[in-house]
Design a protein around this ligand. Sequence first.
Ligand code: RP5
Length: 164
Amino acid sequence: MPDIPRVAVICGSRSDLPSLKGCFDVLDSYDIAWEASVISAHRQPEALREYVATAEGRGVEVFVGAAGLAAHLPGVLASMTARPVIGVPLDGGALGGADALYAIVQMPPGVPVAAVAIGSVGAKNAGHLAARVLALGDPALAERVDRFRTEQAAGAEIGIDPRG
Ligand code: RP5
């Protein structure tokens, strides 16, 4: 039987999916079950509400919302659930993702969204942040997060000669 998804990744358009590969890879690297959906906050608000309700019922603990342009998706998600929402601003359009970043990071008080960096970098960090949230109640996952941090720290190069 497939694992019950703990993270739901929702993006506003199919065109967003390639930018999210890093998020899926990071979640896989922590062995966190996830599911992905394409639901636009602008075009399919009713479908989004229904999805959030059923996802919560199925045990989803963290939502990741990714969108470009006037990126309302993470904020609308945060209006529909009390579970943590991570927002990934995507870099389509004339403003290079600054539009989406401002929309996501400037949520009014009481409707929090954890905004990460623009584009594929932010998508990876959405996976890492979701893992850290879930690790609070999951000692085995907390160990995997610590292992990643240890491995990452091992890459430091001290006192190198950059000339050759
Ligand atoms: C946003 O508009 C989506 O998240 C996407 O980044 C952008 C363009 O969407 P499409 O025109 O590709 O559907 O809502």
